[in-house]
Design a protein around this ligand. Structure first.
Ligand SMILES: [Fe+2]
Length: 510
C-alpha cells in the first residue's frame, strides 16, 4: 500500500487519531487517589513469603559478570540469549499495580567457549530517562493512576519496551504492544531509539507510533510478520523484511472490543488473528478502574479466528471457536487442502490477568496454573474442532525454523507444585502424544525456555532458560538436551543474585 493510500485508508477508517489514541490513553486522566498502598502491602507480604522475590523492584543495572558453571556447556552452543521483562516496579513511595506496567529490563547471557557472561540493563526509554531523572513516576500506567501525572499525548511517551526482545540485523528490538518497537544495541544493551517503521520508504512517518505487538513471527526466510491492536477494534498488520524494512502494511477492521490481543500465528500462506472472548467495560463507574482491571471474560462470546492472506494482507475467512482466552500460541501450519492446525495455552477465563495485579500487592493466587494445551483444527468448509489435553501449559515455543510449518514438538512450561509461577519445563510430541518433563521442584520459579535447534533437525539441540532459586535468591541459566529433558539440565550457570521474573527471550547464534 502506498503511503498516500494508507493515510487515506486510515482517515476513512477514522484512524487519523490512531497515533495518539493509545490503548492506554485513558490513564492520562487523573481519576482517583490511591486507597491501597501497593508498595507497603507487597513488601510486608514479601517478608512472609520469599516466593514473591521475583516481583520485587530492581534498583539498578546488573554489572557484567562471569557465571559459575555446573556441568559442562556444550561446545556447539555459542551465541547470546536475550530476555526481557519488567524490572522497575517502584519509584519513591509508588508501586505499580500490575505486573505488565514495570519498565523493561534486558538480560543478556553471552555463551562462548563454554563460558557464560551476564549483564542486565534497564532500557533507557524516553519515559525511563525522565522518571529516572525525577526519581519518581511521572506518568500514570494502564492500571496505576498517579495523583498528578504528566499528560500523555502518544503511546510511545509511556512505552516501557518490557515484553520481548528479538534480534533484527545487528540490533535488538525490545518490544511492548501498545506502541513502537525500541532499538537497542545488542552488545551494550544501550537504548538507541524508538523505531519509526517505514521511515526510509514510501511510508515516511505515517506509521510512527502505531501499536506493534511483542509477538512478531519470524518466517523461515527471515521475513517479520506482526500485528498491532488499536482500541477502535482495528488491527494493523505488518510484513517486514528480515532487516526491518516495511514490505506491506494494512489495517483490518476486526471490530474487536476485548482491549487486549497479545499473540498471533502464521502459516506458510496466512496470518491467524485469534480474538479471545474478552470485553472491556465502558460504564461510567468502571471507568474509574484501570485498563487491565476493566477487561472481562464473556463465556457467551465465541473466540473468532480471522484468516488473513500473507500475499496482500486481506482477510479471507473467519471461524468461530468456543469461548476462551490465550496469551500465547506455539505454532500453526496448513495442509495442502487448506486445513489449518494450531495449538494454544488456553485459559477458561481472564482470571490470570487479574491475578497478575493481585501478586503486585503480595497476594498469592493461582496466576499461572489453569492454562491447558489445546489443539485446534480449522477445516476449509468453515468447521472447526479442538481437543483439550490434560497438560498444564504456558510459554509454548517451537524450533524457530519451523514457524508456520508443520512441527512435531512443542516446548512449554507447566506448574506442578507452585501456584504462583511455573516450576517445570516440558516437551510434547504432538504426533505421538509423548511427553517429557523436568520438575525443578518447589524452590524454583521457572521462566520461558526456548529451543535452540539446528535447521532441519527438529527434536535435537538444546532448551535454554532461566529459573529463580528462591532459597539462595539467585537466578540460574539452564541448558537441557531436548532429547532428555527429564534427565535435568546438562549445565547450569549461576548468577550471584536473582533477576526479576520476566516474559520472553530469544537466542542469537554466534
Ligand atoms: Fe507474551
Amino acid at each position: 500500500m502506498q503511503r498516500r493510500e494508507l493515510l487515506k485508508g486510515m482517515g476513512a477508517l477514522g484512524l487519523g487519531s490512531m497515533l495518539i489514541n493509545s490503548p492506554f490513553q485513558a490513564m492520562a486522566t487523573p481519576t482517583q487517589n490511591l486507597v491501597v498502598n501497593y508498595k507497603d502491602l507487597f513488601n510486608r507480604a514479601l517478608a512472609e513469603n520469599p516466593d514473591l522475590i521475583g516481583f520485587a523492584n530492581v534498583e539498578q543495572n546488573f554489572a557484567p559478570q562471569a557465571l559459575t558453571i555446573e556441568g559442562s556447556i556444550p561446545s556447539d552452543l555459542n551465541g547470546t540469549f536475550y530476555r526481557n521483562g519488567p524490572g522497575k516496579h517502584e519509584r519513591a513511595e509508588q508501586r505499580y499495580q500490575h505486573l505488565f506496567e514495570g519498565d523493561g529490563m534486558l538480560q543478556s547471557f553471552h555463551i562462548e567457549n563454554a563460558k557464560i557472561h551476564h549483564q542486565g540493563k534497564f532500557i533507557n526509554t524516553p519515559k525511563f530517562q525522565q522518571e529516572q531523572q525525577a526519581q519518581r513516576f511521572l506518568y500514570s500506567a494502564p492500571d496505576t493512576k498517579l495523583n498528578a501525572p504528566l499528560p500523555v499525548s502518544s503511546a510511545d511517551m509511556i512505552n516501557t519496551a518490557n515484553t520481548n526482545v528479538i534480534p533484527v540485523g545487528d540490533d535488538l528490538w525490545a518490544l511492548w504492544e501498545g506502541g513502537s518497537a525500541t532499538r537497542v544495541n545488542s552488545q551494550t544493551l544501550d537504548y538507541q531509539q524508538q523505531i519509526v517503521l517505514g521511515e526510509q520508504s514510501k511510508y515516511g512517518t505515517s506509521l510512527k507510533g502505531l501499536p506493534f505487538s511483542a509477538h512478531p513471527k519470524i518466517a523461515a526466510n527471515g521475513d517479520i510478520w506482526n500485528f498491532g491492536l488499536n482500541p477502535s477494534g482495528h488491527i494493523v498488520l505488518y510484513h517486514l523484511s528480515a532487516n526491518g524494512q516495511v514490505k506491506n502494511v494494512k489495517i483490518v477492521d476486526a471490530k474487536y472490543r476485548g482491549g487486549m490481543l497479545h499473540d498471533f500465528l502464521i502459516t506458510d500462506k496466512h496470518l491467524l488473528l485469534i480474538l479471545p472472548s474478552l470485553t472491556t467495560s465502558r460504564s461510567t463507574s468502571n471507568n474509574q478502574q484501570g485498563f487491565f482491571s476493566r477487561i472481562g471474560f464473556d463465556k457467551t462470546l465465541p473466540m473468532r479466528v480471522l484468516v488473513v492472506s500473507k500475499s496482500d494482507l486481506t482477510m479471507t475467512k473467519q471461524y468461530e471457536l468456543p469461548a476462551g482466552f490465550a496469551f500465547h500460541y506455539g505454532n500453526a501450519w496448513e495442509e495442502r487442502d487448506g486445513t489449518i492446525h494450531f495449538d494454544a495455552s488456553l485459559y477458561p477465563s481472564i482470571d490470570v490477568l487479574h491475578n497478575l495485579s493481585n501478586v503486585m500487592q503480595g497476594k498469592m493466587s493461582a496466576a499461572n496454573v489453569d492454562a491447558q494445551m489445546a489443539m485446534f483444527t480449522l477445516k476449509p468448509n468453515g468447521s472447526a474442532s479442538h481437543s483439550l489435553l490434560a497438560i498444564n501449559s504456558e510459554f509454548p515455543r517451537i524450533c524457530d525454523y519451523l514457524v508456520g510449518s508443520r512441527n512435531q514438538y512443542v516446548y512449554h512450561l507447566s506448574s506442578s507444585n507452585n501456584s504462583l509461577w511455573s516450576d517445570s519445563v516440558c516437551s510434547l510430541n504432538v504426533d505421538s502424544g509423548k511427553q517429557d518433563k523436568y520438575d525443578f521442584g518447589k524452590d524454583f520459579l521457572v521462566e520461558e525456555h526456548i529451543s535452540v535447534c539446528p535447521k532441519n533437525k527438529e527434536g535435537t539441540g538444546y532448551l535454554i532458560g532461566t529459573a529463580l532459586h528462591v532459597p539462595s535468591k539467585r537466578t540460574c541459566l539452564n541448558i537441557f538436551k531436548v532429547e532428555n529433558i527429564a534427565d535435568g539440565p546438562i549445565a547450569r550457570a549461576w548468577l550471584s543474585h536473582h533477576l526479576p521474573l520476566g516474559f520472553h527471550g530469544n537466542f542469537n547464534a554466534a
